[in-house]
Design a protein around this ligand. Structure first.
Ligand SMILES: *[C@@H]1O[C@H](CO)[C@@H](O)[C@H](O)[C@H]1NC(C)=O
Ligand SMILES: *[C@@H]1O[C@H](CO)[C@@H](O)[C@H](O)[C@H]1NC(C)=O
Ligand SMILES: *[C@@H]1O[C@H](CO)[C@@H](O)[C@H](O)[C@H]1NC(C)=O
Ligand SMILES: *[C@@H]1O[C@H](CO)[C@@H](O)[C@H](O)[C@H]1NC(C)=O
Ligand SMILES: *[C@@H]1O[C@H](CO)[C@@H](O)[C@H](O)[C@H]1NC(C)=O
Ligand SMILES: *[C@@H]1O[C@H](CO)[C@@H](O)[C@H](O)[C@H]1NC(C)=O
Ligand SMILES: *[C@@H]1O[C@H](CO)[C@@H](O)[C@H](O)[C@H]1NC(C)=O
Ligand SMILES: *[C@@H]1O[C@H](CO)[C@@H](O)[C@H](O)[C@H]1NC(C)=O
Ligand SMILES: *[C@@H]1O[C@H](CO)[C@@H](O)[C@H](O)[C@H]1NC(C)=O
Length: 845
């Protein structure tokens, strides 16, 4: 109960409405606002001018301009919290408060676009209060209010209840009676939902969702003892003068934003769907969503399709020839690493068959137009009927899709799609394409030639470079070349050090375009300019959402620097160890699992999907960076090649302080270093993500054994709880994921490289799409082998030989303490509302 008193107090303090409600200015019957007057600041404002109702230009801006009659938060222009009917009008439009008590929005031609449903309710006045609530009143009794009729936004002190709906295009957001929040496409496909934890075991009466001023989205119900946190912004309620709001965006994602009155900036602090491509229908019917750098792009499956609207690719694609036109002659176009999103699986669409049977079944069935087959040995095959189809392509997706097309399959030439067709490529406009290709090639040759000449003239060192290499560099979207002076300036002479890795120190910098970057000063690079640039070209042509992007480089004399995109949340190690001073920064399980998956995807891409496969050689928490949404991005890949192999082996071992515990045993022997060495390091990192402890820590708690050894014993004894980070106690933890992650980590840290799975498999096991067999003891008992950095290795081995022999046990009957409060970091670093919520909770537990 303490909570409610507190939040009420908070409401009083932070929302002036309750104080100034009685002073709200009345808007009399008969008043009007005109769109054409929007430049004259004509408005109806709240008593303290915090909110105002006026005409603003609709976004996106069109020509001729269109307008919204909107309530905006005055301190930050552009924050629209409500708009009349959600409809845009032309410059002749107006908003009339009719004498009948109806608020009416009319377009230029006097066509009524929206009426408030308040006719004959005795409305005598309207008022806009300082909490942003516009109400139409019968005397002093509100009969209609904007808070009760939200459009796409919910703001603090506004209650969102069952039956209300936010709508944006095909997308809608609503709250179910069970307390589950859902995002739905076209009122039919629920592509995201977030439930109260079922362990709460209550039947809610009338759940109310609200956004607290500090950015916590919580549910209250009379049957609940306290508010249940559903989501919260990643700025943790920090900053004064920050206005937060929840918004259903046109891209179908639900987000929490923080608008700062001081700087006038609006930043996203939480998004419901972390992977935008998972939003159903984001790229329209038959559109395929994928990532380029970190941005989403929409494409068509192949040349058999064309965009419905070339200017708005999210509108989707259509076949150039409909399949009805060739029912008998249709072919199946193969799309690698593509899945068609399926959220509600109907039994009739789902089969367990091999990929070729799946394909031919679909080809033979007139109701099947596309299918997705998991290429992971599970034999899962999902067929799609001619409904709306939404696609996702990602290099790490373990699925292959087929789509029925008329006549020969014509795979896209775009390298981003990387699509393999299974028919002959007969283009009707081949000659045009040929012409375009030849002219592009000529332009490129001229350009390269010019550049070649220019470089020769400017740099005598450049002589060794082959034209082939240059071609390669330019074809792959070459990174920017910076001068040393430029980087010196942007880092303020290397003032703000972000960290020091195995390859050199990293500094924060700001480029001229205001982009924040991380500048790495490489050390011990003996290679010449040419090889350095080849490596830079390789690194920068490696794009994946889970890899840190290389923006540019500098190579002057002996100086070698790399410029990377800046990751707001630093590296993973800051969040793991409880010993460090940043112990307050703790990640909940959901984030941890996402980071584990993201890292696996990034490494899989390096190993298996990209053109020049890369062995990272230095996977460790310090090299796993987190962006503003705590998505994992692997950094420092491709650098090991820059350093002489032998020397690197030595260097890595010498700097064992930073890397110890992550090095596979083969580093210490003479076995070759392969991608399996990365798998080992990943396994160690994964175990740390679960346990929150560094794997090389040895303590009384682990019986003075190496953590991984101890963890394996405890796991074998079904003591999963002791392995899990103690700080997660009392939080929502998906035990199934935990067990999966622990098992995968034991597979990864097998001493024998051949026993370790490939990264792609690791990912599938983690995702749960592939069954995990019981892992054997990671360390063999054979004499003379060295395990990791071997602390007390020989002592452990005896204990092991006994556990290995014991019978396999089921690990499914596990339980873990859960509580009402879902993920929250420890209280130390939080604003008061958080800590107060936590303390009152711990007293309950
Ligand atoms: C609303 O009108 C008042 C004057 O009536 C003006 O001072 C104020 O700036 C206006 N606000 C907006 C947001 O246009
Ligand atoms: C308003 O009228 C203009 C033409 O005057 C029209 O183009 C526009 O679509 C109308 N707006 C709405 C929302 O109907
Ligand atoms: C306005 O409110 C009064 C008292 O609250 C009520 O008696 C009256 O019926 C209302 N007017 C209409 C038209 O509903
Ligand atoms: C907003 O208006 C509604 C009228 O339906 C009223 O019930 C509610 O109390 C108002 N909210 C605030 C915060 O003033
Ligand atoms: C919002 O909901 C809470 C909890 O149900 C309630 O105490 C509060 O009065 C409501 N506020 C408004 C403005 O309706
Ligand atoms: C949305 O649903 C309606 C009714 O269920 C249907 O008629 C319409 O075709 C759907 N829209 C799309 C784009 O599929
Ligand atoms: C509730 O918690 C349990 C145990 O941690 C977990 O298995 C379950 O998935 C959670 N339920 C929901 C709906 O989040
Ligand atoms: C919730 O309702 C269901 C049936 O409607 C009932 O079986 C169940 O016991 C109720 N749970 C609680 C905790 O009241
Ligand atoms: C199918 O292909 C054959 C030749 O391969 C052609 O003669 C026939 O017209 C095609 N049928 C249809 C329905 O397109």
């Amino acid at each position: 109960m303490a909570i409610d008193n507190y939040s009420l107090l908070l409401l009083y303090l932070l929302s002036p409405s309750l104080i100034s409600l009685s002073f709200a200015k009345n808007i009399p019957l008969g008043s009007s606002l005109y769109a054409s007057n929007q430049n004259q600041n004509q408005n109806w404002s709240s008593p303290n001018n915090i909110f105002s109702l006026s005409f603003i230009q609709a976004i996106p801006t069109t020509s001729p301009p269109s307008y919204l009659a909107a309530i905006t938060y005055t301190a930050v222009g552009g924050v629209t919290v409500w708009s009349a009917g959600g409809a845009a009008i032309d410059s002749g439009g107006a908003l009339h408060f009719l004498s009948t008590g109806v608020l009416r929005l009319v377009n230029g031609s006097d066509a009524t676009l929206w009426d408030s449903p308040t006719a004959n309710l005795g409305v005598t006045s309207a008022s806009l209060d300082d909490s942003g609530n516009l109400s139409l009143n019968n005397g002093s009794v509100p009969v209609w209010s904007s808070f009760e009729n939200p459009i796409v936004t919910v703001i603090p002190s506004q209650n969102f209840t069952v039956g209300k709906i936010l709508r944006s295009g095909f997308y809608s957001f609503s709250l179910l009676r069970s307390g589950t929040m859902t995002l739905t496409w076209n009122d039919s496909v629920v592509y995201w939902s977030h439930a109260l934890n079922s362990s709460l075991d209550t039947n809610l009466t009338s759940p109310t969702l609200s956004l607290q001023p500090n950015g916590i989205l919580s549910i209250f119900d009379h049957s609940l003892i306290s508010r249940v946190i559903m989501a919260y912004g990643n700025d943790f309620g920090e900053g004064s003068d920050v206005f937060r709001f929840l918004k259903l965006d046109t891209d179908g994602n639900l987000r929490i934003y923080s608008a700062s009155g001081g700087s006038g900036t609006i930043v996203e602090t939480w998004a419901a769907v972390t992977d935008q491509c998972q939003v159903f229908g984001y790229c329209g019917n038959m559109g395929i969503c994928s990532y380029q750098d970190s941005n989403t792009i929409c494409q068509c499956p192949s040349e058999n399709f064309e965009f419905i609207d070339k200017h708005d690719r999210t509108k989707g694609c259509k076949r150039k020839v409909e399949i009805e036109a060739c029912m008998m002659n249709a072919t199946m176009l193969k799309l690698e690493h593509v899945k068609f999103l399926t959220y509600q699986l109907e039994v009739s669409q789902y089969y367990i068959v091999g990929i070729s049977a799946c394909r031919s079944n679909c080809l033979a069935s007139s109701s099947c137009v596309a299918l997705t087959s998991m290429s992971d040995g599970t034999g899962s095959c999902t067929m799609k009927t001619p409904d709306f189809i939404s696609g996702y392509q990602g290099p790490a997706l373990p699925s292959t899709s087929f789509v029925k097309v008329c006549g020969p399959a014509m795979p896209t030439s775009s390298p981003a799609m990387n699509i393999v067709g299974n028919g002959k490529c007969l283009r009707s406009h081949a000659w045009i394409d040929g012409f375009v290709l030849v002219s592009a090639f000529l332009v490129l040759i001229t350009f390269v030639g010019g550049l070649w000449w220019w470089c020769r003239r400017n740099s005598p060192k450049f002589g060794g470079l082959s034209a082939e290499y240059l071609l390669l560099e330019y074809a792959s979207g070459a990174p920017v070349r910076f001068s040393y002076r430029e980087l010196q300036r942007s880092t303020k002479d290397f003032k703000e050090k972000l960290g020091a890795g195995g390859f050199g120190a990293v500094y924060r910098g700001i480029l001229v375009n205001n982009a924040v970057v991380a500048v790495k000063q490489l050390e011990g690079i003996e290679q010449g300019e040419r090889q350095f640039r080849m490596e830079v070209a390789t690194i920068s042509s490696t794009h994946h959402v889970n890899l840190v992007r290389l923006i540019g480089f500098c190579s002057e004399g002996r100086r070698r620097l790399l410029v990377y995109e800046f990751m707001k949340n630093g590296s993973l190690d800051n969040f793991l160890s409880e010993a460090e001073e940043q112990a307050s920064k703790m990640l909940n399980w959901e984030y941890r699992f996402n980071i584990a998956l993201g890292t696996a995807r990034g490494i899989t891409y390096l190993h298996e999907e990209c053109r020049d496969c890369i062995v990272h050689c230095d996977i460790k928490p310090e090299n796993i960076l987190l962006d503003e949404n705590f998505n994992a991005k692997v950094s420092d890949f491709g650098l090991a090649k820059l350093i002489n192999q032998k020397e690197h082996r030595y260097k890595t071992l010498v700097s064992v302080r930073g890397t110890r515990g992550y090095l596979a045993p083969e580093w210490l022997s003479n076995f070759p270093i392969t991608s399996k060495s990365d798998v080992y390091s990943y396994g160690m990192v994964l175990l740390e993500i679960v346990s929150g402890r560094r794997n090389f820590e040895v303590s009384a708690e682990t019986n003075w054994k190496k953590f991984s050894t101890w963890a394996y014993e405890e796991f074998e004894n079904q003591n999963v709880e002791v392995i899990i980070d103690k700080r997660l106690a009392g939080q929502d933890v998906n035990m199934e994921q935990v067990v999966r992650a622990i098992q995968v980590s034991f597979w990864c840290i097998q001493e024998q490289p051949s026993m370790r799975p490939m990264m792609g498999k690791v990912m599938q096991m983690l995702e749960g799409v592939m069954q995990i067999h019981r892992p054997p003891a990671p360390f063999s008992v054979t004499e003379g082998s060295v395990s990791g950095t071997g602390v007390n290795v020989s002592d452990d081995l005896h204990t092991f030989s006994t556990t290995v022999a014991s019978a396999p046990r089921q690990s499914s009957s596990l339980s873990f303490h859960t509580a009402v409060i879902s993920p929250l970091a420890s209280a130390a670093n939080m604003e008061r509302p958080y800590s107060s919520l936590l303390t009152s909770h711990s007293s309950r537990l």
